[in-house]
Design a protein around this ligand. Structure first.
Ligand code: PLP
Length: 368
C-alpha cells in the first residue's frame, strides 16, 4: 500500500507529518550538506548541540515556557518518569504524594511510585475508568510532596477538561504523553510536566520533561543517574548518549506545529476531529457506544464499542477488518479494554478523520 492510501489511527507510535518524514529522509543521508547523516553525528558535536537547542527553543516558544523552567530531553519513556518523579521530588520513603488515578497510565505510575514513597489515592478506587470524578470526591493530603495526574488516559480515553484545582502552593505534576501540544498549556501552574514524544510530537526514544527550577537539586542519592534531574539539568540532558534521531525528529515536528499555527491551531483541529467522531456515535442510536462521561471525553483517544452485547465481538471484528481493507488502520482498542479506539493526534487532519466517519456511517447502515 502507499501512504496516501491509508490513514493511521495508532495510539503511539503514531502518524508523523509527511513533510517531516520527507525532510528526515534527506537528513538521514546527509544532514544540511555536511555529508554526514543526522544519526551519524556525534552527540558531542556542535551540530547536534544546535539540533538539541533549536528543538528546546521551539518548544519554549510554542507553549511560552517561563524562564524559571528547564526543559530536559530524556530516555526511558513515560515509564521512566514514573520512577524518576518520586526519586527526584522526595527525600525519603516516608513522604506522601497524591495520585489521581483515572486510567491505566496513572495507575501504573502510582504503582511505580509506591516502590519509593507513600501514595495517597485521591479518587475512590474503581476498575472502570470512565470519568474524572467531581471535586467533592477528591481526598487530597495537606502534606503531600506533590500532586500527580495524567491529563489524558490513552487507553480509556479519559481527559481532564482543565487543570484540576488542587489548591494553592501544591507541586502539580502531570503526564501529558498523549495530549501534549493539542491545546495551550499554562506551564506556570505546574512543578513538572512530562510527555513521551511518540504520539503528538515525534517518534519514540525521547521524553520531554519540563521542570520548575526550584525543584531541581533535590534528587535522592540512590536515583539512577540517567533519571537524575539534577545531573541532566546541569548538562543539557547529555549525561550519556541520547537518542539523537528522536531529538532531531522532535525538533522537526515542533517546527511543523509552529508552521501550522501553533498549539491553538492544534487545539482547533483536535476539537474538529473529535467532534466529527462524537457526532457519529451520538446519532447512531446506540449502535456505537462511547463509555466515557461527556465532560471527561478525550479529544485525542476515542474508544468506542460496536453493536449490542450479544453481537459485539463479531461486529467489532468485522468493523476492524472492513476498516483495514479501506486503509483505515490500527483502530483496535487496547488489549485490556477491547473494542475500537481512534487516536486523533496532531499529524492527523480532519479529512483523514472524515474517511473514518464516512466508513462508520456506512458500516452502521449495513449492519444495524
Ligand atoms: N503515559 C501515557 C499517558 C501513555 O499513553 C504511555 C504509553 O502509551 C505512557 C505514559 C508510557 O510511555 P512509554 O511507553 O514511553 O514508557
Amino acid at each position: 500500500r502507499k501512504p496516501e492510501d491509508v490513514v493511521n489511527f495508532a495510539a503511539g507510535p503514531a502518524k508523523l507529518p509527511r513533510e517531516v518524514l520527507l525532510e528526515a529522509q534527506v537528513a538521514a543521508l546527509n544532514w544540511e550538506g555536511t555529508g554526514i547523516g543526522v544519526m551519524e553525528l556525534s552527540h558531542r558535536s556542535k551540530e547536534f548541540d544546535r539540533i538539541q537547542n533549536e528543538c528546546i527553543g521551539t518548544l519554549r516558544r510554542l507553549i511560552q515556557i517561563p524562564d524559571n523552567y528547564k526543559v530536559l530531553l530524556l530516555q526511558g519513556g513515560g515509564t521512566g518518569e514514573f520512577a524518576a518523579l518520586p526519586l527526584n521530588l522526595t527525600q525519603s520513603s516516608d513522604e506522601v504524594a497524591d495520585y489521581f488515578v483515572t486510567g491505566t497510565w496513572s495507575q501504573k505510575s502510582a504503582k511505580e511510585a509506591e516502590k519509593y514513597i507513600k501514595v495517597n489515592y485521591v479518587l475512590p478506587k474503581t476498575s472502570k475508568y470512565i470519568e474524572v470524578p467531581h471535586e467533592s470526591k477528591w481526598q487530597l493530603t495537606p502534606e503531600a510532596s506533590y500532586v500527580y495526574y495524567c491529563d489524558n488516559e490513552t487507553v480509556h480515553g479519559v481527559e481532564f477538561p482543565s487543570i484540576p484545582n488542587v489548591g494553592e502552593g501544591k507541586t502539580l505534576v502531570c503526564d501529558m504523553s498523549s495530549n501534549f501540544l493539542t491545546r495551550p498549556i499554562d506551564v506556570s501552574k505546574y512543578g513538572v510536566i512530562f510527555a513521551g514524544a511518540q504520539k503528538n510530537v515525534g517518534c519514540s526514544g525521547v521524553t520531554i520533561v519540563i521542570i520548575r527550577e526550584d525543584l531541581i537539586g533535590k534528587t535522592r542519592k540512590n536515583c539512577p543517574i540517567i533519571l537524575d534531574y539534577t545531573v541532566q539539568a546541569g548538562i543539557n540532558s547529555l549525561y550519556n548518549t541520547p537518542c539523537t534521531w528522536a531529538v532531531y525528529i522532535l525538533g522537526q515536528v515542533l517546527k511543523w506545529v509552529e508552521k501550522q499555527g501553533g498549539v491553538t491551531a492544534m487545539q482547533a483541529n483536535s476539537a474538529t476531529k473529535s467532534t466529527m467522531v462524537f457526532d457519529v456515535i451520538a446519532s447512531s442510536n446506540g449502535f456505537y457506544y462511547l463509555p466515557v462521561a461527556e465532560n471527561s471525553r478525550s479529544r485525542v483517544n476515542v474508544p468506542f464499542r460496536v453493536g449490542s452485547e450479544e453481537n459485539r465481538e463479531k461486529l467489532e471484528a468485522e468493523f476492524l477488518e472492513e476498516a483495514s481493507s479501506r486503509g483505515l488502520l490500527q483502530l483496535k482498542g487496547h488489549r485490556s479494554v477491547g473494542g475500537i479506539r481512534a487516536s486523533l493526534y496532531n499529524a492527523l487532519m480532519p479529512n483523514d478523520v472524515e474517511k473514518l466517519t464516512t466508513f462508520m456511517k456506512e458500516f452502521m447502515e449495513k449492519k444495524k
